[in-house]
Design a protein around this ligand. Structure first.
Ligand code: PLP
Length: 395
């Protein structure tokens, strides 16, 4: 046998391991100090009561032969896909329920979707980037080119017609930078992709944080996107499903090339390699879209958004440049005094006992930047910004 030698090209992801190691070393050396973690990308609030109720009911259904469910549809239950379709309609986007595929989360779909694309496609990702896009393509041996996201372009690079790409990744609102494209800006990407005959893999995992109507909740709010884009979405950040696992992918029927239809191929791929998300979880996900469920998840999202505002207001007072914080749970700050990302990490840990994520871990353009997240508790976020303000105010 031969193992996939492309794995040799994947860098060891030492970012979160190194963050954990430095934090742990500091905690051991200073057992009296209380460390606050604003580095995590995981949610902290529990599932909404409406979701829990629906899941309990679904478990009870599983206990009786009359209501027991075995294998479900590969593409997800109709009740959930209908709800998702109506959710899209609520912000003015029309998708068909047979364009929606339910899964166990956006990360799996982002990796698995590559099964329907040829390995000789060239891939365009931003730098800095959510590492999954890079590593999944390196595993397949695809060539990767970079679009520079920088302070100058507000970490929102626009298409460059001198760069030829076949698969384009866009994440908006972005992880790690929190920056989000307007519909007008996305239209330029859609035009570029259609012109090139490329596909945009659009990661909308954080769409639920968008409040500004000029920003796109979905790439399908842009004319022309149905012929060039696939959208990935998740219940993880929207409804706290990081441990429960559910997401969905929208593959338009109009997306085709060389007599092949992406929607049909994705169905075929899922039918071959995936036996569906559990019934109990899909029932819980469907409850997110009930009146009660929506109200409850909006309260939770409001909680994280207020944390984001606490952090971004603090950066405003300190006159520190940042992206995100609004329409995003991430605040991507420029390290003060030209510190490097890791230098600032150590500085903040040693002097304020606050942990964030060094931007350099997301790509070369992340050097000199630092990611803070709004997913902590209100109390710890408040305490962290008090400490940060005191420390950086003295610089
Ligand atoms: N896409 C982005 C940009 C993310 O930040 C994350 C999780 O942090 C995911 C996708 C993964 O989502 P899921 O939990 O649905 O797999």
């Amino acid at each position: 046998m031969k193992l996939n030698s492309n794995f040799k090209n994947i860098k060891e992801s030492y970012l979160f391991a190194e963050v954990a190691k430095r934090t742990c070393d500091y905690a051991k050396a200073h057992p009296d100090k209380k460390i606050i973690k604003l580095g995590i990308g995981d949610v902290t609030l529990p599932l909404a009561p409406a979701v829990i109720k629906a899941m309990h009911e679904a478990v009870d259904e599983m206990s009786k032969s009359e209501t027991f469910k075995g294998y479900g549809p590969y593409e997800g239950y109709e009740f959930l896909r209908e709800n998702i379709k109506n959710y899209y309609a609520s912000f003015g986007v029309s998708v068909e329920s047979d364009e929606i595929f339910v899964s166990d989360g956006a990360k799996s779909d982002l990796g698995n979707i590559l099964d329907i694309f040829s390995k000789d496609n060239t891939v365009l990702v931003t730098d800095p980037v959510y590492p999954v896009y890079v590593d999944t393509n390196l595993m397949d041996g695809r060539k990767i080119v970079l679009a520079n996201a920088t302070e100058e372009n507000g970490f929102l690079p626009m298409p460059d017609y001198s760069i030829k790409a076949d698969i384009i990744y866009i994440c908006s609102p972005n992880n790690p930078t929190g920056a989000a494209y307007t519909k007008v800006q996305l239209k330029e990407w859609v035009d570029y992709a259609n012109k090139l005959g490329a596909v945009i893999l659009y990661d909308a995992a954080y769409e639920c944080f968008i409040e500004d109507n000029n920003l796109a909740r979905s790439i399908f709010s842009v004319d022309g996107a149905k012929t060039c884009a696939i959208e990935f979405c998740s219940f993880s950040k929207m409804a706290g499903f990081t441990g429960t696992r559910c997401g969905y992918t929208v593959v338009p029927k109009a997306l085709q090339c060389d007599g092949l239809n992406a929607n049909k191929m994705w169905f075929r791929r899922q039918a071959t390699k995936f036996n569906g998300t559990s019934y109990v979880v899909q029932k819980g996900a469907a409850a997110v879209f009930t009146k009660e469920g929506m109200k409850q998840i909006r309260e939770n999202l409001g909680y994280y958004k207020r944390n984001a505002k606490l952090i971004s207001d603090c950066m405003d007072r300190l006159k520190i440049w940042y992206t995100g914080g609004k329409n995003s749970p991430y605040i991507w700050i420029k390290c003060p005094n030209n510190m490097g990302s890791w230098e600032f990490f150590d500085y903040l840990l040693n002097n304020a006992q606050v942990v964030g994520t060094p931007g350099a871990g997301f790509g070369a353009n992340g050097e000199g930047f630092f990611r803070l997240t709004a997913f902590g508790s209100k109390q710890s976020t408040q305490e962290a910004i008090t400490r940060i303000e005191k420390l950086l105010g003295e610089l």
